[in-house]
Design a protein around this ligand. Structure first.
Ligand SMILES: Cc1cc2nc3c(=O)[nH]c(=O)nc-3n(C[C@H](O)[C@H](O)[C@H](O)COP(=O)(O)O)c2cc1C
Length: 318
């Protein structure tokens, strides 16, 4: 069964099941329980130019059908990440894609420069759901101009395959997806978490130390499906889906709305072996349907004719 996925610029995944950034550490943490070589790819924890200690606690709480987190990009900084982990990544069959975050275009560019050419680094995933300090804290991800600018600047700084991760916290994803594709991204990944809050016992203040957290897990899957459905029609580059995957049916749903691959996130905390099992189950499902390649499952739920309403505008009518 051919499960390989070409994300462009030479990044070919062995299969379409990846692990999502922030939920699988640097890939070595689950070493005893997960065979990383069976994964389609590993998106490592968010990496910044300088080390970050992260947000005040509490940083996580459970919600119906999901969780809120406000880790705040705790990480040792790009140089330490390269020194500690890249050597091990270079020995793995599965490509490691480094998730990159920053507070200015220059931050992103510098991290990308340092990752460029490092053996073991197969690609970059830009987490643009970060406040742009230079633009008064406005997130790169919610503005097509800022999203295109940071993508273009990183594109010029590195030859690494470049994935850019979309935020669902916008009114219309299409202009943003197009700006990122036009600026030279090789693929889009969608979605990052949804902004939310929870209350402390007693209701005198919000629960999380950072007040705001990111919602993830099965509760966000319909939003992720909608964003992937819209992005897949807006751009020609591949779209990788993320959001609430817990079983094969979720993988098949995301493929049907145009994703070429999926990332598993929150569900890994409950079952780190889920991604490997999904690879087996997808292979079996293709066999059962008499397919020789999983690609035939992609885009079956997209409008058959270009120019249908769903490719023109946001169709939500309450
Ligand atoms: C604890 C935690 C940490 C995360 N850290 C990052 C991160 O550093 N960078 C990033 O782009 N996304 C991060 N995410 C978002 C996930 O990669 C994913 O986009 C999101 O959780 C939706 O997928 P899921 O519902 O399968 O978890 C994090 C999610 C969680 C739950």
């Amino acid at each position: 069964m051919d499960l390989s996925v070409d994300l462009g610029r030479g990044l070919v995944l062995p299969n379409p099941i990846l692990v999502a950034s922030g939920t699988f550490g640097y890939g070595i943490e689950y070493g005893d329980v997960v065979d990383v070589d069976r994964l389609g790819g590993i998106c490592c924890k968010g990496t910044t130019l300088k080390a970050r200690i992260g947000n005040p606690t509490p940083r996580v709480t459970e919600t119906p059908g999901g969780m809120l987190n406000s880790i705040g990009l705790q990480n040792p900084g790009v140089d330490a990440v390269i020194e500690k982990y890249a050597g091990t990544w270079a020995t793995w069959k599965s490509p490691v894609i480094v998730n990159v975050a920053g507070e200015s275009v220059e931050d992103y560019v510098e991290v990308a420069r340092r990752l460029d050419g490092v053996p073991g680094v197969a690609g970059i995933e830009l987490n643009i759901s970060c406040p742009n300090v230079g633009a008064g804290g406005l997130q790169f991800a919610i503005d097509a101009g800022a999203a295109g600018e940071v993508t273009g600047a990183v594109r010029r700084a590195t030859d690494l395959p470049l994935l850019v991760k979309l935020s669902p916290n916008v009114s219309d994803i299409r202009p943003i997806a197009r700006a990122i594709a036009d600026a030279g991204a090789d693929a889009l990944t969608a979605i990052n978490t949804l902004s939310g809050i929870a209350l402390a016992p007693g209701r005198e203040r919000p629960l999380l130390g950072n007040i705001y957290g990111g919602l993830s897990g099965p509760a966000v899957k319909p939003v992720a499906l909608r964003v992937v459905y819209e992005a897949a029609q807006a751009v020609k580059i591949p779209v990788v889906a993320i959001g609430g995957v817990t079983e094969l049916a979720d993988v098949l749903d995301f493929l049907a709305v145009g994703a070429v691959a999926v990332q598993v996130g929150t569900a890994i905390f409950a079952d780190p072996t889920l991604p490997e099992r999904l690879v087996d189950e997808l292979t079996e499902e293709c066999g059962r349907r008499g397919l020789t390649a999983y690609r035939e499952l992609i885009g079956t739920a997209l409008p058959k004719k270009a120019g249908r309403p769903s490719s023109k505008g946001v169709e939500y009518r309450p």
